[in-house]
Design a protein around this ligand. Sequence first.
Ligand code: HEM
Length: 510
Amino acid sequence: MVSFLGVLIGLICPIVLLFKFFHKFWWVPSRVKYVMSSQGIQGPPYDFIYGNTKEIYTMIKRSTGSAMDISHSMFPRIQPHIDLWLRLYGKNVVYWKGPQPELVVTEPELLKEIMSVREISMGKQDMGPTLTKIFGGGLVFSQGDKWAKQRKLATHVFNGERLKNIVPALIESVDMMLKRWKDEGTEEKEVYQEFRMMTSEVISRIVFGSSYEEGKQIFQKLGELSQSAAKSLYKTRLPGFGKILNIKEDLETNKLVADIRDIIMKMIRNREKMMNSEDEDGSMTGYLGILLKAHHDNDESYKLSIQDVIDECKTFYIAGHGTTSLLLSWVTLLLGIHTEWQEKAREEVQEVFGNQSPSSEGLSRLKIMGMIINETLRLYPPAISITRKVFKETRVGNLVLPPNLNIQIPSLALHQDPRIWGEDAHLFKPERFSEGVANAVNNNPGAFLPFGYGPRNCVGSNFAINEAKITLSMILKRYRFTISPNYVHEPVQHLTLRPKSGVQIMFQAL
Ligand code: HEM
């Protein structure tokens, strides 16, 4: 009897596994493909197991394999696959990341509809193994009640009054960088690295209430972790074999994750010791302080686990400095090329602040600088697309979207579309934003999304803009700058849109 059962289980198990395998890699993709094509949405053919990942990988490798002339036409270089498929199959395209379908939407009407459906606005895509290691259960990818709880805490950090209070710390961090520049005395600077360090210093203060020195190790280790995540972005893991084949990569990333956890835990222990001795008015500095209060909250609906606290610190650290340092690098590059706009911005800074340090009231009066920042975010958006997920079957306009469908709104493609922005879409022309964003997008609400949209839009956008305006104001007052002959134009996507070999700028003290 026992041996008969054993034989039966031995027979059934492989059949169940085989069934699951074909269900995931053949049946579901075939069904989704049928559902989408019967509603007029086409795309490249599904390649068994891998979907389109191999061709995406090859196309990107080819398009970003060498430097380009200094032009701002980024989309065909950074997303050659989307560029090709939109031309071949129409304004909305479905393609395959392994067996996972992803709908790319650029048609204005459908975009408007999708952006207005709440269930879709809230749904984030699964992260994949490496991004899970980076962000864990932090705000960027969390869902449901947990997201609502985290979002409330994060919004609290960047509310109007707190944002004002952060300004002196921002000025101090930029000042430290500029003092170092003065002491070093060199004319040429690689500003991407400079801004990464400076924004890291700022985010260390905001998250941990500590200086860059204390958060430095996290900064370095998270950098290594992001590089490893970027490498595996378009790799498909074979079912069952992934763990064996990627064992070296996994061991490395696991070690980095454990190290980061240890460093943050040490900071948490130190902060816990201080907690009782500090007063209640918020001098329990840093986001970590707010998170730890939530960890100790007696109300279960507000309570965060210690793992949540760690993940949230990592999330803010990554989301908070990588993107802003890129905005600053690209804007410095553009002003180093278009020096007439640099002069206009300098005059405005002089008019608004005179010989004083930047103040939060003055920042909103920097209109030209606002236009320059918007134009930079249009041409070089640090986050090149917005992603969502359909969790249950949803009707959107005339379409019925199946559950488990990923959605991609390709910001970079939309930001550079000549049908929206005109034939000069690839040129740096900040004057497009002179009458505000709504006017610049010409009745296309999804055409300019550097910070996303809806309830899941970027929680740090106002802070990032303030940080950029303060940094630029302080640089413009002390230096005139131009692009260095050593600069090589090689933008690549490593999770975000980055300059592969940095941004070399020549500075001349005023
Ligand atoms: C130029 C700088 C920045 C850019 C371009 C940027 C861009 C974005 C984008 C595109 C999203 C996704 C929005 C969506 O899906 O609709 C996002 C989300 C987010 N950003 Fe930023 N970001 C920047 C700075 C910051 C800063 C400084 C912080 C924090 C200190 C931050 C924290 C976050 C968080 C926590 C989310 C997730 C929000 C949620 O899902 O509820 N970002 N950001």
